[in-house]
Design a protein around this ligand. Structure first.
Ligand SMILES: [Fe+2]
Length: 447
């Protein structure tokens, strides 16, 4: 995604959603509901992205998923005069159809388009399928979180609206009720979640909504939700009974995790650069704990790193393209996946393609994001991202820097897996890349 995609897609969304406004009061009120919701989800996604320090292409994809997640809603209302999927059709699937018919994503790479399509398709799914790539899952989960935060807002607004003619389909036309029913109470207290089928009253529905908190995927989103106070507001709008008190308590115990984090956290008072080395800088930082004690922390600030897992098939066997080089830290020759640091402003995927070609001469036709992690948060500040590189073609020419001496070779996947973490396979970050690869390729079973 480049810088012009976001304004273009935003302009499309504005024109497209606006085209459903007809001047009819009831129609326009309903359409505006979803237009406003989409922009608020965009805002929430922007908050989440800030806290996750998402930049560049990742941020653009996240914002696009948020803005477009409900683009099926407009046609849904025009066709069926309802937002209830059970009485019309799945609005996630309808959204995908709308994006296709309007060529909204055709300027994007097929991989980016597919990430956005999956997020739109699955933002309202009960559970996510197992066959998503790590990248698709990541953005779909972000979208579901941003969406959920604003749905909490929408229902709170509904509860606070004292108009007797308000649209009761929001609460599925359930009667008000006086307490939580047996099934919902039992399920909530055991699971946190509640199955929709047991709903007997609006009180049950409120407990069902509180249960969504357990489905929030990202801690950053959970923090935003807690700060906005929507759940506490819902709790305050339930009748006070032994059961609703127990529900509130269970929620507050769960959300305590955020206070625990605050208690464990340190605040930075000042930071000073102590030494500038070529490949990293050393910093000292004055920190204050939650109980007021102070201490000096030292950290290494380095550019972000990428590691590439290049996979090639030969004669029916899978091989990795591995590199051999001398490492100054361990003062030994290691065997590793190709890897390198990002140039200033460079996207991780671009760096991965560049490093692969520089170190091995291989070009990749397909790159798959495997995951991103801080390689050692104790004293490193940077990120490590791993990519799977496939559809490889060899140019036969390396392009190495001065003082870079690198050999490369094809090594059977089975051998790398067997030997990783010992002998010449001693670079710990390669274990991270390999674990990501094994997970992505389904070679690690999750249950
Ligand atoms: Fe939706």
């Amino acid at each position: 995604m480049n810088n012009t995609d976001i304004p273009r897609i935003r302009a499309w969304f504005e024109a497209y959603s606006g085209s459903f406004l007809t001047g009819d009061e009831m129609n326009d009120k309903n359409i505006r509901l979803k237009i406003d919701h989409s922009y608020r989800v965009l805002e929430r996604m922007s908050d989440i992205a800030d806290r996750l320090k998402l930049g560049g292409k990742k941020r653009s994809i996240a914002l696009t998923c948020a803005l477009l997640h409900d683009c099926g809603r407009f046609e849904q209302f025009e066709k069926y005069r309802t937002y209830a999927d059970v009485r019309s059709e799945n609005h996630g699937r309808l959204g995908v159809k709308v994006l296709e018919e309007n060529d909204v994503l055709t300027d994007l790479t097929s991989k980016t388009a597919e990430i956005i399509t999956k997020a739109v398709l699955l933002h309202n799914a009960k559970a996510l399928p197992d066959n998503l790539t790590a990248e698709q899952r990541y953005f779909t989960e972000l979208t579901r979180d941003a969406d959920k935060i604003d749905i909490f807002n929408v229902v709170v607004e509904y509860y606070l609206d004292d108009d007797p003619l308000k649209d009761r389909t929001v609460v599925h036309n359930l009667p008000e009720g006086e307490d939580v029913c047996d099934e919902v109470f039992e399920e909530f207290m055991h699971e946190g979640h509640v199955t929709f089928d047991f709903m007997k009253s609006v009180v049950d529905f409120k407990v069902f909504q509180i249960g969504w908190v357990w489905d929030i995927n990202n801690r950053a989103a959970l923090r935003i939700l807690s700060e906005l106070g929507y759940v506490e507001r819902i709790i305050s709008l339930m009748p006070v009974t032994v059961r609703t008190t127990a529900v509130a308590e269970r929620y507050r115990t769960f959300i305590q995790i955020l206070d625990d984090e605050k208690r464990l956290s340190w605040t930075e008072i000042s930071r000073e650069k102590l030494h500038d080395c070529r490949i990293f800088s050393l910093y000292s930082s004055q920190r204050e704990s939650s109980v007021g004690t102070t201490s000096t922390a030292y950290m290494i600030e380095a550019p972000d790193w990428v590691t590439i897992v290049p996979l090639i098939e030969k004669g029916g066997e899978d091989y990795f393209v591995m590199v051999r080089q001398y490492r100054h830290g361990s003062m030994d020759v290691t065997t590793e996946f190709p890897a390198g640091t990002l140039e200033p402003g460079e996207e991780p995927e671009t760096a991965a393609l560049r490093e692969l070609q520089e170190e091995t001469g291989y070009k990749a036709g397909r790159m798959t994001w495997l995951g991103s992690v801080n390689p050692n948060p104790a004293f490193l500040t940077n990120n490590f991202t791993a990519y799977l590189a496939e559809e490889l073609t060899s140019t036969g020419t390396q392009n190495l820097d001065e003082h870079e001496y690198v050999d490369y070779d094809l090594i059977p996947v089975s051998e790398v897996v067997r030997r990783m973490g010992s002998g010449e396979y001693s670079n710990g970050t390669m274990l991270m890349a390999l674990m990501y690869y094994l997970r992505e390729s389904g070679k690690i079973k999750l249950d």
